[in-house]
Design a protein around this ligand. Structure first.
Ligand code: SF4
Length: 432
C-alpha cells in the first residue's frame, strides 16, 4: 500500500525507508560527511532525510547568504517535538542564516476553527516565548501569517499556478474541504518563499526543517517555485547524444532569452522560446545568470527551497505521542516536577527482572528514556555511547537512567521557563 503523508493528521511514520523510494526524499547520511560542523540532530541521525540540503551546506561553508524558515500552527501546547524544529531554526540562525518564523494563524483559523484572538494568544504564549527562550535572536523575523502583506499577496499569486486537482493529489482534499483550508496551504508556500523576495535580498537557498509529515508542503512549494519562474532549465541530449542544457520560457519578454544567451560564457544557440547551451560545466552559475536576468525583467527567480526531515520521538508510554494522553509527552510549559514524574513512569527497553537485565542486557534502541537523552538531554556523544553499551552489556539498570533523565528534564524545564519569562519582556525587540 502506498504511504500517505498528512500534515494536518497525526502521522506515525513507521517505515522511514519508504520515504526515500516513494517520495524521492534523499538520505541525509550520504551528505553528512560534507557538513563541517553538523548539529547534534544530524550527528545522531535524528535528521534522516533531506531535499537539496547540499545547497545549504555549500552556503554555510562559503559564508554565502541563506535563510532558514519554518512555521508553527498555533494549535495548543508546544511539546518536545516542536522544540526540535525550534532548535534547528536557532542552529541555522547561529550558522549565519537569516531566520524566518511564521505563526500559521490562517491555518489554525481554517483547520481548527480558532478565533484570531485565540490564534494570537497561543502563538505568543506557547510558541514565540519558547522560541526566544531557546535562543532565537531578534535579527530574525517572527510574524503572523494574517498580518503579513507579503504572504497574503504571494499566496494569491501562487494560487494562479495551483489547481484543485493538484492540491487534492498532494493533500487528499475533496469536495468537503473548505476553501480557506486550500488557501492556507498556499499561504504556507508563500511563507516558505518569502525569504527569497527582493525585500529580503532576493533569491537565496532556504532551508525548512520539518518532520517528514510536512513533506507535502515542500512538494507543493518546490513545484510552485519552478512554475512561478520565467525560465525552465532542462538537461537534454541532442541526436548525436551530446548533452546540452536548454533554457525555456513561455512568459519571458522577447529579449530576455537573448539577454540570457549573451550573458552566458558557453556556446549558445538561440531559438524562439528557448536557448540551448553546450559545454555547461557549472549549473549553479547558469542558474545564477538566468535568475539575474529574470529579476531584471520583473520575475522572482525563486530557488526551490531545501528541507530536512527528522524522526519523531515515540511517546513516553511507547507508541505515539498524543495530546489526548498527557503522560505520553512533555510540554515546554509542564511543571518540572510533573515532567520528572512522567519520565520516571516512562516505558524503557529494560527486561522484566534485574537478573534478566544483567544476563541479557537491555534494549536501548527500544527505550523512550534513552531516546529522551539522545534527542534532548545530553550534549555529550561520548556519554550516550557509553550509556548505550552499558545498557547492552547489562551493566546498567533502568533506575539510574530514569533518575538521570528525570533530573535533567526538570532542570531543563526550570531553566527554559525562566528564560520564557525573560523573553516576555523582550517581545518588543522582535517587533511583537
Ligand atoms: Fe533504557 Fe537505560 Fe534501561 Fe537501557 S538501562 S533500557 S537505556 S533505561
Amino acid at each position: 500500500m502506498n504511504m500517505k503523508l498528512d500534515p494536518w493528521g497525526s502521522s506515525n511514520i513507521d517505515d522511514y525507508s519508504k520515504l526515500f523510494d516513494e517520495f524521492g526524499i534523499q538520505r541525509f547520511d550520504e551528505l553528512l560527511p560534507r557538513i563541517e560542523q553538523p548539529s547534534a540532530y544530524m550527528r545522531r541521525k535524528i535528521i534522516f532525510g533531506h531535499r537539496d540540503y547540499d545547497m545549504i551546506s555549500r552556503a554555510m561553508k562559503h559564508n554565502d547568504p541563506f535563510a532558514v524558515m519554518s512555521g508553527f500552527m498555533p494549535s495548543g501546547k508546544v511539546h518536545l517535538g516542536g522544540k526540535m524544529v525550534m532548535d534547528q531554526i536557532v542552529w541555522h540562525q547561529q550558522m549565519g542564516g537569516e531566520a524566518f518564523v511564521g505563526i500559521a494563524d490562517r491555518e489554525a483559523y481554517s483547520v481548527r476553527g480558532f478565533s484570531w484572538d485565540k490564534c494570537k494568544q497561543i502563538g505568543i504564549e506557547e510558541y514565540i516565548l519558547s522560541l526566544i527562550a531557546l535562543g532565537f535572536e531578534p535579527e530574525g523575523h517572527i510574524y503572523f501569517q494574517s498580518q503579513s502583506k507579503n504572504v497574503k499577496d504571494l499566496a494569491f499569486e501562487l494560487g494562479v499556478k495551483a489547481n484543485f486537482s493538484e492540491l487534492s493529489a498532494i493533500y487528499g482534499f475533496n469536495g468537503q474541504t473548505n476553501i480557506a483550508h486550500m488557501v492556507s496551504a498556499l499561504s504556507q508556500s508563500a511563507d516558505i518563499l518569502q525569504p527569497e523576495l527582493e525585500e529580503f535580498g532576493g533569491p537565496k537557498p532556504t532551508i525548512v526543517p520539518a518532520g517528514a509529515d510536512q513533506d507535502p508542503h515542500m512538494r507543493l512549494t518546490r513545484g510552485l517555485a519552478n512554475k512561478m519562474n520565467m525560465f525552465l532549465i532542462e538537461k537534454r541530449m541532442d541526436k548525436n547524444n551530446t548533452p546540452f542544457v536548454s533554457v525555456r520560457s513561455k512568459t519571458a519578454p522577447a529579449d530576455a532569452l537573448e539577454e540570457v544567451s549573451e550573458a552566458l560564457p558557453w556556446d549558445t544557440k538561440l531559438f524562439e522560446g528557448h536557448v540551448d547551451i553546450f559545454g555547461v560545466d557549472d549549473l549553479t552559475k547558469l542558474k545564477e545568470i538566468t535568475m539575474e536576468v529574470e529579476m531584471n525583467n520583473g520575475g522572482y527567480g525563486f530557488l526551490p527551497p531545501a528541507s530536512t526531515y527528522h524522526r519523531f520521538m515515540s511517546g513516553l508510554q511507547g507508541g505515539k505521542m498524543s495530546s489526548s494522553v498527557p503522560d505520553s509527552l512533555i510540554a515546554l510549559t509542564d511543571d518540572p516536577d510533573d515532567a520528572a514524574r512522567k519520565v520516571k513512569k516512562a516505558k524503557t527497553g529494560g527486561r522484566m527482572t534485574l537478573k534478566e537485565q544483567k544476563e541479557l542486557g537491555g534494549q536501548p534502541d527500544e527505550c523512550s528514556v534513552y531516546e529522551l537523552l539522545v534527542f534532548h538531554l545530553s550534549d555529550d556523544d561520548g556519554e550516550l555511547a557509553q550509556l548505550h553499551s552499558e545498557c547492552l552489556d547489562g551493566s546498567r539498570m533502568c533506575g539510574s537512567c530514569k533518575g538521570l533523565a528525570a533530573e535533567r528534564m526538570a532542570e531543563f524545564l526550570r531553566d527554559h521557563q525562566e528564560k520564557r519569562e525573560l523573553a516576555r519582556e523582550r517581545l518588543e525587540e522582535y517587533g511583537l
